[in-house]
Design a protein around this ligand. Structure first.
Ligand SMILES: CC(C)(COP(=O)(O)OP(=O)(O)OC[C@H]1O[C@@H](n2cnc3c(N)ncnc32)[C@H](O)[C@@H]1OP(=O)(O)O)[C@@H](O)C(=O)NCCC(=O)NCCS
Length: 491
């Protein structure tokens, strides 16, 4: 099938994708999108994290004068500075490398209601949508066109056979690290959990099928979430699991999947979305960083996940990272159904401290936090005397396939989820999460530097990873947030 769908079919596919991009009557027009552009010099100073003197500014303006586009001007200026004034300044060079992709031409994202790096923003533009207001009547009723031989297909993720198809697509084609050593291996049970919360819409879980065997070549998902952003309630779609089969990459299929999910979400009168990605596209609301706590240092070194610190023999490294065999918090036990109400109250009260957070219903807390084997673990702290519950910890299970090792095939990874600490220090609570994860034979415990995590990570012997996770909003403008202002975990 992949061979047959080779060059000829690819051209056809690209053409059809381009058509799908144009056939959107409800698409933004240039004028709707055009927010006043800021001076390219301001963009350059922001990128560098440095103020420029008047002579340098003049020189840069001359350098970039012949560039026709705004993005081109900024790139030319950055390029000039990289080769001259800052050629030896590693910090500035790193800053430039970090933002340069935002000044690439983004054929798709530049046409979407997302913030752009070149916009001149004032405070009055925050906390509102970017697009002109629309109603469901403005949304095209029919799906975007796919090339001949490809069709849209809703996925019934509760059905084992269809869930298996999504599983197969993702385990073979979903996110890998930069060196292609590991690939996420979301289990079927995990996908069913993540994609069927109370009130989920079955048509927001869909993909593209094609070929003789009607195989799944792409997938995207959305679930409805109730968010609070800088005090304002916004109902959003949480978009996740965007994946295109390796054989159909760079043919704009991803953009059609994104447009189609947007259409399906809009039909529910929902106009905003939240999503995360490792890649930098226009324009993150926050840039967060993964940290890793080794639980099985020997295996992590063997598979190339971590490296031994200089002059440290393995035995010393293992000893350094050894955790107590037993948890220390009195009254720690698995969450049960009867705890849902109190956990719901604790979670929402805690999350309200953050500028961006979810607001959970009781049914959602039951769905997302009640323990599920191989998917999510939640432990509450029940006071042995009063039986009151004021704290809980949770983590989810997301292994990765190890792609290039003879012996080890799976990396067992726990991810920090939601934790609330009122009667015990947060550090002790998370240390207990590490101990439980170790008891359950996980190799590593991952956490983002969001919520309060950053303050504890070093103390708990997490090491900073090289991966960033960018948080994005679709059609909602906010100032940039620090990771510790984010109270949402996307699985
Ligand atoms: C991400 C993925 C679906 C993109 O597909 P692709 O075939 O490489 O890209 P396409 O040609 O279809 O589309 C390119 C457009 O998608 C955008 N894009 C790429 N990855 C994206 C992402 N993760 N989220 C949103 N947009 C993305 C690109 O920026 C580009 O738009 P632009 O021209 O405006 O910059 C594909 O690479 C994939 O399945 N990767 C592995 C899984 C993965 O990383 N999923 C995303 C998890 S966040």
């Amino acid at each position: 099938m992949e061979k047959k769908g080779g060059a000829g079919a690819s051209d056809e596919l690209i053409k059809a994708m381009e058509k799908a991009q144009l056939e959107d009557g409800a698409q933004l027009t240039e004028s709707q999108l055009l927010v006043q552009q800021q001076d390219p010099i301001v963009a350059v100073e922001k990128a560098l994290g440095v103020r420029l003197d008047a002579d340098t500014k003049d020189l840069l303006r001359q350098e970039a004068a012949t560039e026709p586009t705004y993005q081109g001007k900024v790139k030319k200026m950055l390029d000039h500075l990289k080769k001259t004034k800052y050629s030896e300044n590693r910090k500035v060079l790193r800053n430039i490398d970090n933002v340069e992709p935002l000044y690439d031409i983004h054929e798709f994202w530049d046409s979407q209601p997302v913030p752009k790096a070149y916009e001149k923003i004032d405070e009055s533009m925050y906390d509102q949508q970017i697009d002109v207001p629309k109603t469901v009547a403005d949304v095209r009723p029919e799906p975007y066109t796919l090339p001949p031989g490809y069709t849209w297909a809703n996925i019934d993720i509760g059905n084992r056979t269809e869930a298996q198809e999504v599983y197969d697509l993702l385990t073979q084609n979903y996110v890998e690290d930069d060196d292609n050593m590991f690939r996420f291996d979301y289990s079927i049970e995990f996908l069913q959990w993540a994609l069927t919360p109370p009130g989920f819409h079955k048509e927001w879980l869909f993909g593209v099928r094609g070929g003789k065997k009607n195989k799944l070549f792409g997938f995207i998902s959305g679930i409805p979430v109730d968010t609070k952003i800088r005090g304002k309630q916004v109902t959003m779609a949480e978009i996740n699991f965007l994946c295109v089969h390796k054989s159909l990459r760079t043919k704009r299929l991803a953009t059609v999947l994104i447009k189609e999910v947007t259409r399906r979400v809009n039909l529910h009168d929902i106009w905003q979305a939240i999503y995360t990605a490792g890649v930098l596209i226009p324009l993150p609301i926050s840039k967060t960083t993964y940290w890793h706590r080794s639980l099985n240092p020997k295996k992590l070194v063997e598979v190339g996940f971590s490296s031994l610190p200089a002059n440290t023999p393995m035995a010393r490294y293992v000893k350094l990272l050894k955790l107590p065999g037993e948890t220390s918090v009195k009254g720690l036990r698995e969450m049960q159904k009867s705890d849902v109400k109190v956990v719901h109250d604790l979670l929402n009260a805690y999350l309200s401290k953050f500028e961006v957070h979810l607001h959970f219903t009781e049914a959602e807390v039951a769905h997302f936090l009640l323990p599920r084997a191989g998917v999510v673990d939640t432990y509450v702290v029940e006071n042995p005397q009063t039986k009151e519950i004021k704290d809980f910890l949770s983590f989810y299970h997301l292994p990765s396939s190890i792609l290039k090792h003879e012996v080890h095939k799976t990396l067992r990874v726990a991810y920090c989820y939601y934790n609330v600490a009122n009667t015990v220090p947060m550090e002790e609570l998370i240390r207990n999460a590490l101990i439980i994860a170790k008891q359950k034979d996980f190799d590593v415990f991952n956490a983002l530097d969001i919520m309060e995590n950053e303050t504890l990570l070093k103390e708990l012997k997490f090491g900073i990873g090289d991966g960033n996770l960018h948080y994005y909003f679709y059609n909602w403008r906010v100032p940039e947030f620090k990771p510790n202002q984010i109270g949402i975990v996307l699985v």
